[in-house]
Write a protein that binds this ligand. Structure first.
Ligand SMILES: NC(=O)C1=CN([C@@H]2O[C@H](COP(=O)(O)OP(=O)(O)OC[C@H]3O[C@@H](n4cnc5c(N)ncnc54)[C@H](O)[C@@H]3O)[C@@H](O)[C@H]2O)C=CC1
Ligand SMILES: O=C(O)[C@@H]1CCC=N1
Length: 276
């Protein structure tokens, strides 16, 4: 991993996950900087990870090779405008992880020919099992392309998109995706308890089963549908459960849920373009 200086603007959930993963990967904490207005959060980041923390965005971003914008979408235009002169003068790469926010909006707020990579990571980056999609604008130089890639690859797998509009689908699938699996875990754990297991046992069995299924699906050459069929004996217990899922039209529920998430990502981009 390179020792280039990376500045995070915003030290919330997503920044924490990336910082934690980068440090486990061997990135020196002294080369990671975070700007975070919330004092308690800022102090916790410094204590937990040993990174440099700042109250001011401009101070954190000073001289950074990459500036990662990790604030909520609604904050991003103000943050980008405030940093625009400094970023242009430094020639830093800007990586935005904000859902929905398009590179052309970012370029407008940052002004000039700024190198921008749009990224959609997810919180399992914290345990270096993140999934990140990346899209680079035309101003990104080869070494900046490499910097974005090595930074995000340090915390999991990456895919490059050639069409930026696919980012909404990625946001719906893997950006928000961990929450869907956590929700399933919550549901299975409480169903296990309703069947008489104690909370600790239900939790352990749920989480280990999720891990085992994910690992098997990743390591197998077969599709999840085939792996599912192998668990499902005709007339058996799994078939009884799957029948309930099918009656509730689980596949259609997933399709609707992901469509809603993708639409929301698109709307976030529209809303912020319209406010300009
Ligand atoms: N949480 C997730 O799973 C994912 C989040 N994202 C994106 O990451 C971005 C951040 O999301 P979260 O970390 O979940 O939000 P968060 O609310 O946990 O973190 C945002 C942080 O920014 C700080 N902040 C507020 N105003 C600021 C300013 N003017 N300058 C600097 N920092 C400021 C807040 O105090 C907060 O700590 C969002 O744009 C979101 O779309 C992307 C992928 C996954
Ligand atoms: O819920 C959100 O808006 C963010 C983006 C992807 C995951 N969390």
């Amino acid at each position: 991993m390179s020792e280039q200086v990376i500045a995070f603007i915003g030290g919330g959930n997503m920044a924490r996950s990336l910082i934690g993963g980068l440090i486990i990967d061997g990135h020196p904490p002294a080369a990671l900087r975070v700007a975070e207005p919330d004092t308690e959060r800022r102090e916790r980041l410094a204590e937990e990870f040993g990174v440099q923390v700042f109250e001011e965005n401009a101070t954190a971003a000073r001289g950074a090779d990459a500036v990662i914008l990790a604030v909520k979408p609604a904050m991003i235009s103000a943050v980008a405008r405030d940093l625009s002169q400094q970023i242009q003068a430094q020639g830093s790469l800007v990586i935005s992880v904000a859902a929905g926010i398009r590179s052309r909006s970012l370029a407008e707020w940052l002004g000039g020919d700024v190198a921008i990579v749009r990224a959609m990571p997810n919180t399992p980056a914290l345990v270096r099992t993140g999934s990140t999609a990346l899209f680079a604008n035309a101003a990104v130089a080869p070494e900046q392309h490499e910097l974005a890639e090595t930074t995000m690859r340090a915390v999991g797998i990456i895919v490059w998109l050639t069409q930026e509009d696919q980012m909404d689908a990625v946001t719906a699938l893997s950006g928000s995706g961990p929450a869907y699996f956590f929700y399933t875990m919550e549901a299975m754990q409480s169903a296990g308890q309703a069947l008489g297991l104690d909370a600790k046992t239900a939790r352990l069995l749920t989480l280990e089963t999720a891990l085992g299924a994910a690992r098997m699906a990743l390591e197998s050459s077969e599709e999840p549908a085939e792996l599912r069929r192998r668990v499902t004996s005709p007339g058996g217990t799994t078939a009884a459960a799957i029948d309930e899922f099918d009656q509730a039209n689980l596949l259609a529920i997933y399709a609707r849920a992901l469509e809603a998430a993708a639409k929301r990502a698109h709307a976030l981009g529209d809303e912020l373009e319209e406010t300009e």
